[in-house]
Design a protein around this ligand. Structure first.
Ligand code: GDP
Ligand code: MN
Length: 377
């Protein structure tokens, strides 16, 4: 489960990890009042569940009250990677002297929990990992003692990031706190990018990305209270669909996560761009197809819908019944291309006869068709 930066920073403060003062708001007027309280300059930060907000224009430094009002208005009317900005964090601006990257995550490959550090923070860590992997530092800790990690144990690692002894000590304290928070709140990721040093030499978490383990929500009522999802995420969860909005033009509906990934790959391969990932699951429930259509159609950039169904336990004709029901309920304004194979394929095709939906004979043909349609509309 993703939480917003402002929520992650509240957790940080609970655990003694220093942050800049901030106030979360949802309107430009509230932003002005927050800035009056905090003082200027301030930084306005879009609260959305994606990274790279800075590059997308969702993070802005403001120096006058007029700027606060106009910039807050602008950011609150933005969408970042398809997600509308509903909240804004107003934070006291920090004069940055040094930026590093620090995170604590589960390394599934190594079956361990590991701190990742890099003395070049702020920028995209993935890029650094590719171009200069030697700059990425690792500190593995046994998960059994992570919650009781001592500052002294973190110090050698912290020193590699901060040559200054005082700053290294502060970073070691932050690492121990991250360990405690990770265990006590059932996190699967705590990422601080950047962790900065300000003009006074104070080490501050300037950004905060925290993932909470969904599988532990049953024993973490406090985590559940932090759930703030977009209406479409709630709808997908309630309908037991796996749905992720993307920024392309081809709506995809597929049964099975692996097939859904393969479908996105082949759409990309032929030059198209998926508008979403949607796995309607391996069952044969026409209602899921209807719910899936609703989610896809809410995205106005969708130009064509591609259904890719492999009939195993799923019966193709049940899926087609779902499609037909969806077309009765909603104004489906875009062409539909269906590729299906397997159980009850013939029955499914029979139901489609006489409709204007296109049936592709192969995955390749279907993908090419949707890409062409997507380009032409
Ligand atoms: P992200 O783009 O979603 O990772 O958002 P961040 O919170 O990491 O902000 C992106 C970048 O904006 C940071 O790496 C900083 O360089 C800059 N930034 C954010 N807050 C401040 C601030 O208070 N002062 C200054 N000078 N820069 C900031
Ligand atoms: Mn960041």
């Amino acid at each position: 489960m993703k939480i917003h930066e402002y929520q992650a920073k509240e957790l940080f403060r609970e655990y003694g990890i220093p942050t800049a003062s901030d106030i979360a708001v949802s309107t430009a007027e509230e932003a002005v009042r927050a800035a009056e309280k905090l003082g200027l300059p301030a930084v306005l930060k879009a609260q959305v569940h994606v990274g790279g907000r800075g590059k997308a224009g969702g993070i802005k430094l403001v120096e006058t009250m007029d700027q606060v009002a106009t910039t807050a208005e602008a950011i609150l009317s933005m969408s970042i990677k398809g997600l509308p900005v509903r909240k804004l964090l107003v934070a006291s601006a920090v004069n940055i002297k040094k930026e590093v990257y620090l995170s604590l995550l589960i390394d599934r490959g190594a079956s361990k929990v590991v701190f990742i550090g890099c003395s070049e923070g702020g920028v995209e860590i993935e890029q650094t990992a590719k171009t200069s992997p030697e700059k990425i530092l690792r500190f593995e800790t046994p998960v059994s003692s992570l919650g009781a990690l001592k500052e002294e144990e973190c110090l050698p690692f912290a020193r590699k990031l901060f040559p200054d002894a005082g700053q290294a000590g502060a970073a070691a304290r932050i690492m121990a706190a991250m360990g405690r928070m990770f265990v006590e709140r059932d996190c699967s990721l705590i990422e601080i990018n950047p962790l900065v040093v300000d003009e006074n030499g104070t080490v501050i978490a300037l950004d905060a990305k925290v993932l909470l383990d969904d599988n532990a929500l049953f024993r973490q009522p406090k985590n559940l209270e932090l759930r703030e999802e977009d209406p479409e995420e709630t709808a997908a969860r309630n309908g037991h669909l796996s749905f992720v909005r993307l920024d392309g033009e081809i709506g995809c509906m597929v049964n099975g996560a692996g097939l859904a990934m393969a479908t996105m790959d082949i759409v990309k391969h032929f030059g198209g761009s998926p508008a979403n990932f949607l796995d309607v699951g391996g069952s044969s429930d026409p209602k899921k197809v209807v719910d899936g259509f609703k989610l896809i159609l809410e995205d106005k950039s969708v130009k064509v819908i591609f259904l890719n169904i492999f009939g195993g336990i799923t019966r193709c004709d049940d899926i087609v019944k779902g499609i037909l029901a969806a077309r009765e309920q909603f104004d489906v304004r875009v062409p539909i291309v269906i590729r299906m194979a397997g159980t009850n394929e013939a029955e499914g095709r029979a139901l489609l006869e006489g409709t204007d939906m296109m049936v592709a004979d192969s995955l390749e043909e279907g993908a090419k068709t949707v890409v062409e349609i997507g380009k032409s509309r």
